[in-house]
Design a protein around this ligand. Structure first.
Ligand code: FAD
Length: 389
């Protein structure tokens, strides 16, 4: 199956930028690479027959993670919206790879926004080229949605910070070279860059998951883990704000990954509906199947436009937190509905074939991770009501 680029991608870029043709070309390059090198292996990845690490390396080389960053640090200097569309294509090719790279990029984004010039110069080129893989370590066993209430502590001792505590469900942790760790000091929340080989840092076993099985996830433990004070990102006391800011952008990307997952499930189901026959005709001729096909397509496009809209707001320097949350809630929940319809259209094959049902299993994570749908609805309501007061 090919053709990850749709006419909506091209129209969005042409309508929004005078360099639209150039950005379409960049997207076409990425799509061609994904179609040839990633999409054909997605089922093997889900079944645990292939690791994502080599494919991820080749995607790093292809510039997927460097799209929105400054060329000074090895970035391509293209708009964030181009990155968001590229991550949709990555999600369409393989959701696990897209998730792993998106989390890695959230770390790069935070360092780019709040890191010192020295941190940017040292860390960003290694992250953008994929020389090092990053994890974002916020969630703890006792605090997920209520992340501000974290228990991991950090103490200033001389010229060092000493971390004690643990994190859980950390994507990429089993493979990561560097961790962006959020903890609490006597001065409030802090954000620290911690190398994997730092004494006192330990990573647990890769966790079993319902979907996104190619991505790795683990607990991370800190016991008297001592890092130099140059590891501090930004200011002591502001760490949680950096996490929130990184998550705002990352939520748009998670929405986009879900648009990609849904698009692949849609294409498979639409093709199957044309080929499968019942009662002497193609099942696509039944209006009840046609209704599903129409609803799937309209949810995909509406999700895509919401994600693109939120990413344009970020580019234009506007407050995009409510729109990012709206994009994530709508795109992730719509993706589940689309993937569920795909299973229904495939009938028994949908329930038994990993090649069909993994899309639903992959999408299922994303109404939970990076802000559950419940928490994001609370955020949207607060923002919208505050605007009316
Ligand atoms: C595969 C996977 C990968 C992940 N990757 C990362 C990662 O890389 N880095 C990281 O830091 N974290 C990661 N996470 C953690 C993820 O962000 C959290 O699981 C998520 O924020 C929810 O937290 P929780 O699991 O503790 O659930 P809880 O916060 O305990 O929530 C349980 C339920 O209660 C609901 N709830 C909680 N508070 C409210 C409220 N005020 N009103 C209404 N309902 C509420 C929630 O919506 C949810 O339905 C990952 C999780 C998974 C499963």
């Amino acid at each position: 199956m090919s053709g990850l680029i749709e006419r909506e991608h091209e129209l969005l870029l042409l309508q929004s930028y005078k360099e639209g043709e150039q950005y379409i070309e960049a997207l076409r390059n990425i799509a061609a690479f994904l179609e040839e090198n990633v999409l054909p292996f997605s089922e093997e990845i889900d079944l645990g027959k292939r690791s994502i690490s080599e494919l991820r390396k080749s995607l790093f080389k292809h510039g997927l993670c460097s799209i929105p960053f400054n060329p000074e640090f090895g970035g391509l200097g293209l708009p964030f919206s181009v990155y968001v569309l590229a991550m949709e294509l990555a999600g369409a090719a393989d959701a696990s790879i897209a998730l792993s790279m998106a989390i890695h990029n959230t770390v790069a984004d935070i360092i780019n926004m709040y890191g010192s010039p020295e941190q940017k110069e040292k860390i960003l080129p290694e992250l953008l080229s994929g020389k090092k893989l990053a994890s974002f370590a916020l969630t703890e066993p006792s605090s997920g949605s209520d992340a501000r209430n974290m228990n991991t502590r950090v103490e200033k001792r001389g010229d060092s910070f000493v971390i004690n505590g643990s994190k859980t469900y950390i994507t990429n942790a089993p493979e990561a070279d560097v961790f962006l760790v959020f903890a609490r000091s006597e001065n409030g929340h802090v954000c620290l860059v911690v190398d994997r080989d730092t004494e006192g840092l330990e990573v647990g076993k890769n966790m079993e998951k319902l979907g996104m099985r190619g991505s790795t996830t683990a607990e991370v433990f800190f016991s008297e883990c001592k890092v130099d004070s140059s590891s501090l990102v930004g200011k002591e006391g502001e760490g949680f704000e950096y996490a929130k800011s990184g998550l705002n952008s990352s939520r748009i990307v998670m929405g986009s990954i879900c648009v990609g997952i849904a698009s692949t499930a849609f294409r498979k189901a639409a093709i199957f509906s044309l080929e499968r026959r019942a009662f002497g005709k193609s099942i696509s001729e039944f209006q009840l199947i046609g209704e599903k096909i129409a609803n799937m397509k309209l949810k995909i496009n509406a999700s895509r436009f919401l994600c693109f809209f939120a990413s344009r707001m970020r580019e234009l320097g506007m407050d995009f937190s409510s729109h990012a949350a709206q994009a994530k809630v709508f795109a992730t929940e719509s993706s589940l509905e689309v993937c569920d319809s795909a299973i229904q259209i495939f009938g028994g094959q949908g329930y038994t074939s990993s090649d069909v049902n993994r899309h639903w299993r992959d999408a299922r994570l994303l109404t939970i991770g990076e802000g559950t749908s419940e928490i994001l609805r609370i955020l949207i309501a607060k923002k919208e009501l505050a605007g009316l007061r």
